[in-house]
Design a protein around this ligand. Sequence first.
Ligand code: 5GP
Ligand code: ZN
Length: 141
Amino acid sequence: MQVKGLKEAMGHQRNLDPDCLFCRWIRAGKAVETLGTVAAFNDGYPVTAGHLLIVPLRHTADGFSMTAQEVCDSEALIRTLSEKISRSDLSVTGFNIGMNIGESAGQTVFHAHIHLIPRRDGDCANPKGGVRGVIDGKRCY
Ligand code: 5GP
Ligand code: ZN
């Protein structure tokens, strides 16, 4: 019988998927912060400096399949991280928080995650409408 390594055994417990980018980040210990059932990772292609992804520590496809505990831990981690970012980077004056659920809505990695995007005065010409920008041309109203 093959004896599993500790990391592999932990991965199995959490239902990690070796083909999933975020599962590989979890397994590789790339989290910048963890809280209970979730962890935060630096986004590889940040929209702004400090863009983080809040991710359940088990493989699950999207935000709607997160457990109540994962949602609760995510909210607490987002609050902690946003306070930390605001304290350490005084240029940060706002945040966008959001989830893409389903390919039609722009989801590209099918492991649930919440984007936490720090915003700064003047980081774009006209920030009006924020997350309304998911449809080109519909942000400003
Ligand atoms: P989604 O589009 O699914 O809401 O978000 C996926 C996030 O994962 C994106 O913001 C993107 O920057 C990040 N991402 C996707 N592919 C890669 C990758 O290959 N490497 C890294 N470091 N980040 C990625
Ligand atoms: Zn995964």
